[in-house]
Design a protein around this ligand. Structure first.
Ligand code: ATP
Length: 450
């Protein structure tokens, strides 16, 4: 049963709040736009996604090195990388309310193609077609807006103390390339990986966690011999698909968008945006770019440090080129929730469940005594709970309400298995396991459970 797009998104947002996955940031004070807080189940789902990524791309590979750089970096980083001058979005203002919007989004919503348009092109389109703000008012000309959050570091508030909350994790990798090569001297190709917060002062955050002002990225800079870039790029395309498979996203909902030269960042020789069919429409899930030697070249020039790599046993030296897969945690999580959200009918009643892959589910088993006022059932159920908890960790004790209500609640949070201890369990040392997707129940002996 497929709900219409907005309804499905609303249902997911409401479930996420009701069941303790994701709350509006600073909600008690009226909220802070573009920020989201993770509740107990959300933090668990998010960590499962991040740990899966770390395992797949760092731990399971020989050629990958993890780093965790500071969020605040020397302002020179952001000048050299081009962020101070060019990390901008096109902004347009409602002339009555002074509310600000993304000009490209308004144009897209009005059915126009925006790829490759200059600010003047956008201004012309807006005025020629009399495109209004969402409040129905006239709009200003389009201008640029830098998305970095500015701050100052240290007690003196002057030019030299300016820094920014990092808008991407990538620069924390590039600035450590030299350190890791000195410590490990890996053979090419090799990669540095980082997970962490990134901040962008998005003009109009929207679509739940899809476009936030504070979010989390998982990025890899994969250093290569430039002669091999095409082969390495192709390998990363298939690795990205392994990742979306591991998230349980249906292959037919993941699309590759070859970004045309005119729309690519100036340093990129090839970019593929991987898009996903979110309930809000087909949108970017993650990006894969061939960044050439742009960043290391900038560092060499601006910091005056040699970034060349000497191929072992030779005199061959060059600045390595880079393939960059850039993953967003929130978009991965929103895709996982969107793919998992299901509605069906059980015994004539509507049921909502999250068909989460077992390895991502925040709770793997929920354990309950059939009746909570029978001490002998509770004691046996506690024993089973302790066994499972020791093995799996993410096991929940759930004795609230009747058994039907417990199943519904666990279905809604995506728990694959509910384990129930009843009076027979006291005799036959077996429990009932109820499976989320099929709602089928099986009798399993406690010793087999472990
Ligand atoms: P968009 O065009 O949607 O703004 P982008 O092309 O600017 O995204 P990148 O700079 O390529 O995004 O960032 C890499 C990844 O970081 C994106 O694919 C996405 O997963 C994530 N990301 C970027 N901006 C945001 C945001 N505001 N909120 C949540 N995730 C984001």
């Amino acid at each position: 049963m497929d709900k219409n797009k907005n309804e499905k998104m609303e249902a997911i947002v409401s479930l996420a709040k009701r069941r303790g996955f994701i709350y509006q940031g600073s909600e008690v004070y009226g909220g802070l736009s573009g920020t989201w807080d993770y509740g107990p189940l959300g933090v668990s789902l998010k960590r499962n996604i991040m740990n899966l990524w770390w395992k797949m791309f760092v731990e399971d590979r020989e050629d990958m090195y993890g780093v965790d750089a500071a969020i605040l970096m020397n302002q020179k980083v952001w000048k050299a990388s081009g962020h101070v001058d060019t990390f901008t979005d096109p902004l347009v203002e409602d002339l009555e309310t002074k509310q600000r919007f993304r000009a490209d989004h308004l144009l897209k919503d009005a059915g126009h193609h925006v790829d490759g348009l200059s600010l003047d092109d956008m201004t012309k389109l807006i005025h020629d077609h009399d495109i209004k703000s969402p409040n129905g008012n006239r709009l200003s000309d389009v201008r640029t807006f830098n998305m970095m959050f500015k701050t100052t570091v240290g007690p003196v508030d002057d030019e030299s103390s300016i820094s920014y909350l990092r808008p991407e994790t990538a620069q924390g990798i590039f600035t450590n390339y030299h350190n890791v090569v000195d410590s490990f001297y890996p053979d090419l190709p090799f990669g540095l990986a980082q997970q962490g917060k990134a901040f962008r002062n998005e003009i109009s955050p929207r679509d739940f966690i899809f476009r936030s002002r504070e979010f989390e990225q998982m990025e890899i800079e994969y250093f290569i011999d430039p002669a091999t870039w095409e082969t390495e790029f192709t390998k990363w395309v298939s690795l990205v698909h392994s990742w979306t498979d591991a998230l349980g996203l249906p292959a037919e909902s993941v699309h590759e968008l070859e970004v045309p030269a005119a729309d690519r960042a100036h340093y990129s020789k090839r970019t593929i945006d991987f898009e996903f069919d979110f309930p809000i429409g087909r949108e970017e899930l993650l990006g894969l770019a061939y960044r050439t030697d742009f960043d290391l070249g900038n560092i060499q020039r601006e910091a005056g440090k040699n970034m060349e790599y000497t191929v072992k046993g030779t005199n061959t030296k060059f600045i390595p080129h880079v393939i960059e897969p850039s993953f967003g945690v929130e978009r991965a999580l929103m895709a996982v929730l969107s793919a998992a959200y299901m509605e069906d009918e059980v015994n004539g009643e509507k049921r909502v469940y999250l068909k989460l892959p077992e390895h991502l589910a925040p709770v793997k088993y929920a354990v309950s005594p059939l009746l909570k006022n029978k001490p002998e059932l509770v004691a046996r159920a506690r024993e089973v709970y302790a066994i499972l908890k020791k093995i799996h960790g993410n096991v929940m004790w759930d004795d609230n309400g009747n058994i039907g209500k417990r199943y519904r609640r666990q279905d809604e949070i995506g728990t694959p298995y509910c384990v129930v201890i009843d009076f027979d369990s006291l005799e036959d040392n077996a429990v009932t396991i109820r499976e989320r997707d099929t709602t089928e129940q099986k009798r399993v002996s406690i010793s087999d459970l472990a």
